[in-house]
Ligand binder design. Structure first.
Ligand code: AKG
Length: 249
């Protein structure tokens, strides 16, 4: 077991948890070197908003790089994820995120569930591993504790949600090698990166091992990554299994 019972209890109550130093300094150095190469050479997808660019990312990175697959399936990260979920999980997707130095905008307040076409036990969660130090001014995330218990409509503009506007929230700076885990229904956002160092992190989504495809949540229009193209060929109720969605153990 990687976590104390009290940490698991806190995650279930708050919908997120910071776990310091999941990776050693040497591991961070190796993963960061590979991440920089990938971000330099691979085509990335972009998240534009009215004010500018939130971030860009290498999609399907666990298929693009054996090193990044090792991080997405890292025994400590996945062990913690399964402990938090309380059941066996599979990998759904892994994305190498870049929030550019000076010029990126804040990540809008959102929940992930509305973009995850997964029908299963409600345990879907993301591990977000910092590969550089991420203080507030470099775009760390902010979480709305307990918001995963709210009935938020999929299409709702969360910034004007009457409860969330006045909900206490927690901003979570990370050191390189720290990780946050957040439930797919937890409201979260991130600051802009106002430093001169690029924010680099790996975000991996894990789902219930029994997960089935649910097209009602498919948010793939115009998306060109391999996963979105694969999902566009699937039918409601299809298994999300096999090599593409490996079991964590
Ligand atoms: C997520 O991993 O669910 C995010 O929303 C990431 C946001 C960010 O990296 O700014």
């Amino acid at each position: 077991m990687y976590l104390k019972d009290s940490e698991v209890t806190r995650f279930r109550a708050e919908g997120f948890l910071k776990v310091p130093q999941v990776l050693s300094t040497a591991e961070v150095a190796g993963f960061l070197e590979e991440a920089k190469k990938l971000l330099h050479h691979k085509t990335t997808l972009h998240w534009p908003v009215e004010e500018g660019m939130v971030m860009d990312w290498v999609a399907d990175v666990e298929l693009e790089s054996a090193t990044m697959r090792r991080l997405a399936l890292h025994p400590v990260v996945t062990g913690i994820a399964e402990q938090l979920a309380g059941r066996p999980l599979r990998l759904f997707k892994s994305e190498l995120l870049r929030k550019e130095s000076a010029g990126s905008t804040a990540t809008p307040l959102h929940i992930d569930e509305s973009a995850l076409p997964i029908n299963s036990a409600p345990v879907t969660l993301t591990a977000w591993v910092a590969l550089v130090d991420v203080p507030a001014e470099r775009g760390c995330m902010t979480f709305w504790p307990g918001s995963h218990g709210l009935e938020l409509a999929e299409t709702e503009d969360l910034t004007s949600h009457p409860e969330l506007r006045f909900w206490p929230r927690l901003t979570v700076p990370l050191r390189a090698g720290d990780c946050t885990f957040h439930h797919a229904r937890t409201a979260h956002s991130a600051h802009a990166n106002e430093t001169d160092v690029t924010r680099i992190s790996l975000a991996t989504v894990y789902m219930d091992a029994e997960a089935r495809f649910d097209p009602r949540r498919l948010y793939a229009e115009g998306m060109t990554d391999g996963l979105s193209r694969l999902l566009a060929t699937m039918k409601a109720g299809d298994e999300l299994s096999g090599e593409r969605f490996p079991k964590l153990r």
